[in-house]
Design a protein around this ligand. Structure first.
Ligand SMILES: Nc1ncnc2c1ncn2[C@@H]1O[C@H](COP(=O)(O)OP(=O)(O)OP(=O)(O)O)[C@@H](O)[C@H]1O
Ligand SMILES: [Mg+2]
Length: 360
């Protein structure tokens, strides 16, 4: 399938996934709020099912947004070997005993610029495909090797399996979103599509080399940077912190999402002001009668986007931290702000708020 067709599919899928992602944010937030209550046994189990299903749906839209290159990314310098090593460990532990997982890393540290979570998503999608193809028997090899001679210098990441391989017709369509040969319920056909989008966005290329009967190798070539990797973020408290009545201004043009975010923040001990757009937000900041502790704003709003609003806030109320939320980012969120994906869930949102407030 040609790149052009993939591009137009990407635009279509991206729009749908974006709207869907907002709805999932609402569902997840309310389910989480319900989950905090003292519910009778059956209701508790039912809410857990809603959360689990919404979580799976969020994973799917995440793959779709990655394919469409519309999910928020935070590219940083990453040691590819380190990521491969940890995914290899994870797989070595979780797949059946019949599988032989081999990790073969380049002797020099390959530093690439990529969103860490997306890189993990790529590795997991490829390793999962290989494990599926192997059906519990055979060898899965994940390797990296640098090619310092090219301009630019590159690193090649390979995920190879000794499975049954792909017919040429399957290989030709493998990156297409929703193309799957797996039974209904077992594959959505989004794994390789997401890999494709993520690699494109990182300035790399991905190819499949597969012959029926002799396994599959997926190769990804990424530009190398000759700088040290950024320090990985410290492990964070999954429960999320609690507020102490600080006043948070929530700016969001989607009313359902606005209300859901308010509920989450209030449940965590913050007080909340809501605005449907930039102008309303600015007038609330002036008229609130007390300083706003932080602003949480959507990036993509019109007429005033989150980036412009942040600029106005800097003039009007310097020092008030602004946290951005985004369902997708065609051009990326403005630099210098904390960015939380809308579908990230309560914990990540609360951590970002706490970080913005300077709370330990
Ligand atoms: N390592 C592999 N060996 C053989 N076939 C593969 C391999 N990887 C992918 N394929 C083929 O490509 C198709 C598309 O793969 P992709 O990862 O996009 O979707 P999926 O695995 O079917 O579903 P999902 O990843 O969304 O759960 C697969 O259904 C399978 O036919
Ligand atoms: Mg897959």
């Amino acid at each position: 399938m040609g790149g052009d067709r993939l591009e137009s599919l990407g635009r279509l899928a991206g729009g749908v996934a974006h709207d869907f992602n907002n709805l999932l944010g609402v569902i997840l937030n309310y389910a989480t709020l319900l989950g905090h209550q003292q519910l009778p046994g059956q209701a508790r189990a039912d809410v857990a099912e809603i959360q689990a299903a919404a979580g799976r749906a969020a994973e799917l839209t995440g793959q779709l947004l990655a394919f469409a290159r519309r999910d928020p990314t935070q590219p940083e310098r990453v040691d590819l070997n380190e990521s491969v090593h940890s995914v290899g460990e994870l797989f070595g532990r979780t797949v059946g005993a019949g599988l032989d997982v081999v990790v073969d890393l380049s002797p020099t540290q390959p530093v690439v610029v990529v969103d860490r979570h997306q890189l993990d998503q790529v590795l997991l999608n490829l390793a999962t495909n290989a494990a599926d193809a192997l059906g519990g028997r055979g060898r899965l090899t994940i390797s990296t090797r640098t090619d310092p001679t090219g301009t630019p210098a590159t690193v090649v990441l390979e995920v190879a399996d000794t499975g049954p391989g792909m017919d040429p017709e399957v290989a030709a369509r493998a990156f297409e979103p929703f193309f799957t040969t797996k039974p209904r319920g077992q594959g959505t056909g989004l794994g390789l599509a997401a890999v494709y989008g993520i690699v494109q966005r990182a300035g790399g290329e991905v190819t499949i080399d597969s012959t029926p009967g002799s396994g599959t190798t997926v190769s990804i070539r990424l530009p190398l940077v000759d700088q040290l990797p950024d320090a990985p973020a410290a492990p964070r408290d999954p429960a999320g912190p609690a507020g102490q009545g600080q006043l948070i201004l929530v700016v969001e043009d989607d009313s359902a999402l606005r209300a859901a975010t308010q509920r989450v923040l209030e449940a965590a001990g913050y007080r909340v002001l809501r605005a449907a757009g930039g102008a309303e937000a600015l007038s609330l900041i002036s008229s609130a009668g007390e300083p706003v502790a932080a602003v949480l704003t959507d990036v993509a709003m019109s007429p005033m986007g989150g980036g412009e609003l942040a600029g106005e806030i800097r003039r009007l109320a310097p020092g008030v931290p602004v946290v951005m939320t985004t369902g997708y980012s065609p051009g990326g969120a403005p630099a210098g702000h904390l960015v939380v994906p809308k579908s990230a869930g309560e914990g990540e949102l609360l951590r970002a708020i706490r970080a913005a407030l300077g709370d330990p």
